[in-house]
Write a protein that binds this ligand. Sequence first.
Ligand SMILES: *[C@@H]1O[C@H](CO)[C@@H](O)[C@H](O)[C@H]1NC(C)=O
Ligand SMILES: [Zn+2]
Length: 185
Amino acid sequence: MSRILCPLLFITITGTAPALDITSRDAWNALPFTTSELVLNPVLFVVIHHSEVPPACYTKRECTLAMQHIQNMHLEYKGWPDISYNFAVGGDGNVYEGRGWSQVGAYTPGYDKDSIGICLIGNWTEETPPQNQLDAAQELIQYGVDQGMINPDYMVLGHREISEVECPGDGLFAEISTWENFVEF
Ligand SMILES: *[C@@H]1O[C@H](CO)[C@@H](O)[C@H](O)[C@H]1NC(C)=O
Ligand SMILES: [Zn+2]
């Protein structure tokens, strides 16, 4: 019996952590992007946003539509070449791929090359995102560190700390202020 168990144990101990299940651009039907500027991974800053519009989504279907909505707004009204966020997290607990780990985002002049932006879909001006959404955002950051995409000594910022905006809302900002790697500018 022990001869059978030992190899299994060995595999368990040495096996790498499972990849985070990130909903790809194809899976949410993203339009193609035209950006090509790259960040310098591993990036030092993680900038947290809320979408404000559209409001919170709680199912894969709602969040898929929210991603399409955000991308359309950024293409049509902002005139950006793609959805501005590197990733978004839904109230369904899923992570959605935006520009991904290495494309420069469109929101943080001066920080673009050394940051990734993560949007928690919803209007978090007064309310706080549900725990599964907060957990998924933190899992994504840790996964980025594990993958060498985010500096292990990373700093978490709210968008409002580096731009004249309310984003990510008082509710979400109060929440991220409690995160270990949060820095106040
Ligand atoms: C976001 O929520 C705040 C507070 O509830 C509200 O005043 C504001 O109008 C909302 N924003 C949008 C775009 O709906
Ligand atoms: Zn923002």
